[in-house]
Design a protein around this ligand. Structure first.
Ligand SMILES: NC(=O)c1ccc[n+]([C@@H]2O[C@H](COP(=O)([O-])OP(=O)(O)OC[C@H]3O[C@@H](n4cnc5c(N)ncnc54)[C@H](O)[C@@H]3O)[C@@H](O)[C@H]2O)c1
Length: 258
């Protein structure tokens, strides 16, 4: 019997591929048989991440900035030229932005976060969707956050941007509901990463000394790993999730359960 979790023969396009969650996910996609097209604006780190993949992944690394429509149209065009189609799109690039009370936020900083986290996700969907609709097949997984489900102090714009990602996901899923293209998002909780350290540092420079207080609010009593987010993304990407559409999957060790 075929294993529906496998991604053999599928072309997977991943943004933010040089980061913690993006790299872990592209490694799992590759292990499950996918061909990889990896996108990030950090070209050096992207090359290092892609170098960890097996040759069977036939990985293509593309430096691009998800905020710019020309870049997005370009990475989609080059993916299709190289691999023929796009079966899976992990729309994952994001930034935390400045960590500060909202009254201390400059308008430029506010717009910078929306530009990457919302405009970048929108542009990715806009340019990938026609490829998938033409094939009448595909899975888009956007990266939201548990900060998209409730408020989060000192990262108000990040939280607003992730609420927007969930809204985009659900709306586009409904637009595609009669097709074989599915659109879902993943909502990671506190994942051990550079981004999480930056948020903790921004809220409180002594935060590392206060790790116990953070863990006390997570029922699993530990931080999550990029590889644990990757497992859920790979499920949503696969044919095993054929009836999952418009969902926001929480991966947070129970943080939002209570
Ligand atoms: N780390 C966490 O605890 C956590 C929790 C919830 C959600 N998330 C989300 O997961 C996603 C990945 O986060 P991560 O923890 O891997 O962070 P990360 O900083 O390790 O990775 C983000 C990647 O996105 C890339 N990127 C940023 N702006 C870009 C742009 N304009 N164009 C192209 N690439 C760009 C960066 O270069 C980086 O490689 C983000 O959307 C983030 O908001 C992370």
């Amino acid at each position: 019997m075929a294993d529906d979790l496998r991604l053999d023969g599928k072309v997977a396009l991943i943004t933010g591929a040089a980061g913690e969650i993006g790299t872990a996910t592209m490694q799992l996609f590759a292990a499950r048989g996918a061909r990889i097209v990896a996108v990030d604006r950090d070209e050096a780190q992207l090359q290092r991440a892609v170098a960890t993949l097996p040759v069977e992944a036939r990985a293509l690394a593309l430096a691009a900035d998800v905020r710019h429509e020309d870049d997005v149209a370009g990475y989609v065009r080059r993916a299709v030229e190289a691999a023929g189609t796009i079966d899976v799109f992990f729309n994952n690039a994001g930034i935390e932005g400045t960590v500060a009370p909202v009254q201390d936020y400059s308008l430029d900083d506010f717009r910078r976060v929306l530009d990457v986290n919302v405009v970048g996700v929108f542009l990715g969907i806009k340019h990938v969707l026609p490829v998938m609709l033409r094939a009448n097949a595909g899975s888009i997984v956007n990266t939201a956050s548990i900060a998209g489900l409730s408020g989060s102090p000192h990262i108000a714009v990040y939280s607003a941007s992730k609420h927007a990602v969930i809204g985009l996901t659900k709306s586009v899923a409904m637009e595609c509901a009669r097709t074989a293209v599915r659109v879902n998002c993943v909502c990671p909780g506190l994942i051990r990463s550079r981004m999480l350290s930056a948020i903790f540092e921004g809220r409180d420079p002594n935060a590392s000394a206060d790790a116990e207080r953070v863990l006390a609010r997570i029922p699993a009593h530990r931080l999550g790993l990029g590889s644990e987010v990757a497992q859920t993304v790979a499920f949503l990407a696969s044919d095993a999730a054929s009836y999952v559409n418009g969902a926001a999957y929480v991966v947070d060790g129970g943080r939002t359960a209570g």
